[in-house]
Design a protein around this ligand. Sequence first.
Ligand SMILES: Nc1ncnc2c1ncn2[C@@H]1O[C@H](COP(=O)(O)OP(=O)(O)OP(=O)(O)O)[C@@H](O)[C@H]1O
Ligand SMILES: [Mg+2]
Length: 263
Amino acid sequence: MLRVEDVTYIYEDGTVALKDVNIDLTKAKKIGIVGSNGSGKSTLFMVFLGLLKPSKGRVILNENELKYDKNTLKELRKCAGMVFQDPDKQIFFSSVFDDVAFALRNLKYNEDEVQKKVKLAMEKTGITELQNKPVHFLSYGQKKNVSIASVVAMNHKLMFFDEPTAGLDCNSKENIKNILEDLAATKGKTIIVSSHDMNFIYEICDYIYVLNKGHVLSEGKKETIFLNKEILDKAELEEPFLVKVHKYLGKELYKNESELFGN
Ligand SMILES: Nc1ncnc2c1ncn2[C@@H]1O[C@H](COP(=O)(O)OP(=O)(O)OP(=O)(O)O)[C@@H](O)[C@H]1O
Ligand SMILES: [Mg+2]
């Protein structure tokens, strides 16, 4: 339902952040966008969300070219939401509850409905006990969870997560992994996750696009991409731990660490 075709994005200072990019989000339910720092992941997400307009090429929503008028942007916002890389860019309100409720209230849901959806999203993301806390007192990881809860509350069909685990400890990472798995298991939902944490992407996603200096260097099923050392080297990405275990210790290619350790 959403794809970009031949997209180039050039920032005002002349930086070419994306060059002739083609990405189709119907390829899988859990799509990984990987690339080293500055490869264009966040720019790509902002193009997908209609926040940046491509310098060349187009965004196609439900087989129509996105025109950036109020109505089509509204249609896009209804079906797609994003958790920003930097939670401070997404959090505006004084209390956690109000912040998670913001978009729902903005869309004029009745207050009963808002309460229900926000409570559920806070439970899912483990932030219920923070609900009355002023956002500026929260730790970075807690803020990250608040920004995830805001998107979970909206229940979009397409959910973009830009570096969801950056700066998080391993418990929080595990928690986010479970939230993403849960969302992707819901009928009709697709998650799109960007990261340079290859272990995280390897465990979560099934189809991968590799970005390198704004180009799509390669795309394919995760096994194909992650077993190709040449591509990973070129994109300056490391092999996931489980791929190393497979290649260098001769074990089978496990899907996640629980399979390897049997727990
Ligand atoms: N507002 C801006 N003005 C000019 N150049 C920018 C701007 N924002 C990003 N860029 C440049 O565009 C390129 C892509 O940046 P982007 O933030 O999309 O990369 P990224 O893959 O998300 O990186 P990271 O892994 O560090 O988050 C980089 O070269 C960056 O310096
Ligand atoms: Mg980024």
